[in-house]
Design a protein around this ligand. Structure first.
Ligand code: SAM
Length: 420
C-alpha cells in the first residue's frame, strides 16, 4: 500500500521549455507553484553553476546533504532491474569530480549553513581531506558512523561490512544547531535512572556535586563544613547548593556524602552520539520504499534536517536519487532544491511526490494484488489505470546525453543535456 505522500504533491505538470537550443539543465523539471521547491534534471555541476547566478539562492542554502556515487565501479539497478545510475569514476577522476562540485556547494551554502557528505569506506578518508581543505579543518563537526544494514554472513576474510559514514562540516563556527535526542527505552531508563523518590515517585539518578579543577571563587570554598575533594570544585555556588537541598534535590548518603538528584522527567532524551544504529536502509518486506537503489532511510534524513536547519530554511540535495532528502525536508516544512542526472531518478521522484512509497513486498511481488493507485507514467508508453496527463519517453544515447520526447500537453520537443 502506498504511503508517505508528501504534502507537496506533484500535479503531473512539467516545466519544460520549447526551444531545441534550450539547455534543459537550467530549468527545473518541476517547480512547486511560487515556492522555492524545485527539481532539476541534469548534471549538478551545470545546475549549481547556474544557481550561483540566482541571488535568492547563492549563499542562502542552509543545509546540503549529499549521497554521491561512492567510486564502487558499478552500475546500480532498481528493484525491477532498470538501470538507475552508474558509479564508474574511481581514483583521481572521482576526486576531481567531487572537488569541482563541493567547491560550488560551498558557494551556495549560507555562512551559517552545514553540509553532510554520505560515503562508504572507499573514499571517506580521501573526501575528509578534501573537505578539510575546502571547508577548513576547524569547521569539521562529526564523522557519523551509521549501521546501514543487518549483520551479514560474510564470506571474505574480513569483518562484515555493515557501516557507512557521514562527514558533517559547517561553513563557519556560527551555525544553526538544534541538539538532537533519542528517546529513552525502558531498559536504558532502569540502568541510568535507578532511584525513585519516596515522597514524589519521581525517577532519578544521583550524580556528584563536584567537578574537576580547582577554583578560587565560592565554588572552591567550604559548604556545610566540607571542602570539595582534592583537585575539584563544587558544581554550584554554596547558595545554589543550599537552595537545591531545601528543595530536596540533594541526596545525603549514610556516610554524609551529598549527591545531586537528576530527574528523568526533566530529561529531553539521550543526546545523540556519532554512532547511529537505528537508521538501516530498506531491510524487510514491509519497509516503505521507492525501489530506487541506495535509497536512504528517511528518518535519518529527518534527524539531519532537524539538527542543522529551521522551518522555512532552504535544503539542497544535488545527488537526489529517489528524493529522500526532499521529501523529508518537505515534511519538516523546509524548502528544497533537488538535482539528479538520472532519468530513472526523475521518474521515481515525481512518482514519489505524487504517490508516496510502497512496501518492498509490493515492488518485488508483481502478482500480489496491491491497492490501485492513481499513476501517471512519465517514462513509458504504457497506459496504466487511467489516461496519463503527460507521456514521456526517455532514450539514453550516451552517459549524460539524453533525448527526451514530450507528448500530451506539450508539443514533441527534443532536449539535449549538456555533456560533462
Ligand atoms: C547514491 S544515489 C543517491 C540516493 C539518494 N540519497 C536516495 O535516498 O535515494 C546517487 C545519485 O547521484 C546521481 N548523480 C550521479 N552523478 C550526478 C551528477 N553529476 N549530477 C547529478 N546527479 C548525479 C545519480 O543519478 C544517483 O541518483
Amino acid at each position: 500500500m502506498a504511503t508517505g505522500i508528501p504534502k507537496t504533491k506533484w500535479n503531473g505538470e512539467l516545466h519544460i521549455g520549447n526551444s531545441q537550443n534550450e539547455h534543459f539543465a537550467f530549468h527545473p523539471i518541476w517547480q512547486n507553484g511560487n515556492t522555492p521547491n524545485r527539481l532539476y534534471f541534469g548534471d549538478n555541476l551545470v545546475v549549481m553553476r547556474d544557481l550561483l547566478n540566482d541571488e535568492s539562492i547563492k549563499g542562502k542554502v542552509r543545509l546540503i546533504y549529499i549521497d554521491p556515487p561512492y567510486a564502487t565501479n558499478s552500475v546500480f539497478q532498481t528493484r525491477k532491474q532498470q538501470d538507475a545510475y552508474t558509479d564508474l569514476l574511481t581514483g583521481e577522476a572521482y576526486l576531481s569530480f567531487m572537488r569541482e562540485r563541493i567547491l560550488l556547494m560551498k558557494e551556495l551554502l549560507a555562512d551559517d549553513g552545514s553540509i553532510y557528505v554520505h560515503l562508504d569506506n572507499k573514499m571517506v578518508f580521501n573526501i575528509k581531506i578534501l573537505m578539510d581543505e575546502i571547508f577548513g579543518a576547524v569547521n569539521f563537526r562529526s564523522m557519523i558512523t551509521r549501521k546501514k544494514c543487518k549483520s551479514k554472513n560474510f564470506t571474505k576474510n574480513s569483518f562484515g561490512n555493515i557501516s557507512d559514514y557521514i562527514l558533517f562540516y559547517t561553513k563557519s563556527t556560527n551555525t544553526v544547531w538544534n541538539k538532537q535526542y533519542d528517546q529513552w527505552t525502558d531498559e536504558k531508563i532502569l540502568k541510568e535512572y535507578p532511584f525513585i523518590e519516596v515522597e514524589t515517585g519521581r525517577r532519578h539518578k544521583r550524580v556528584p556535586i563536584h567537578a574537576p579543577g580547582t577554583r578560587n571563587g565560592t565554588t572552591g570554598t567550604i559548604w556545610r563544613g566540607m571542602m570539595p575533594p582534592e583537585g575539584k570544585h563544587w558544581q554550584f555556588t554554596p547558595d545554589k547548593l543550599d537552595e537545591l537541598d531545601r528543595k530536596g534535590e540533594i541526596y545525603w548518603s549514610k556516610n554524609g556524602n551529598p549527591r545531586r538528584k537528576v530527574y528523568l522527567d526533566e530529561s529531553n532524551g539521550i543526546s545523540m552520539q556519532d554512532i547511529w544504529l537505528d537508521y538501516l536502509d530498506v531491510n524487510n518486506q514491509n519497509t516503505q520504499t521507492t525501489g530506487y537503489p541506495t535509497e536512504k532511510n528517511i528518518e535519518m534524513l529527518k534527524r539531519i534536517i532537524l539538527a542543522s536547519s529551521n522551518k522555512g530554511d532552504l535544503v539542497m540535495d544535488c545527488f537526489a536519487g529517489s528524493g529522500t532528502t526532499l521529501v523529508a525536508a518537505d515534511e519538516l516544512h523546509r524548502n528544497w532544491i533537488g538535482i539528479d542526472i538520472g532519468s530513472e531518478s526523475m521518474k521515481v521522484m515525481l512518482n514519489r511526490f505524487q504517490n508516496g512509497t510502497q512496501t518492498l513486498d509490493d515492488h518485488l511481488n508483481e502478482d500480489k494484488p496491491v491497492e490501485k493507485i492513481k499513476r501517471v507514467d512519465l517514462f513509458s508508453d504504457q497506459e496504466e489505470d487511467e489516461q496519463p496527463k503527460v507521456t514521456m519517453k526517455v532514450k539514453q544515447h550516451l552517459i549524460n546525453n539524453y533525448t527526451i520526447f514530450v507528448n500530451g500537453n506539450y508539443s514533441e520537443t527534443e532536449f539535449q543535456l549538456p555533456t560533462q
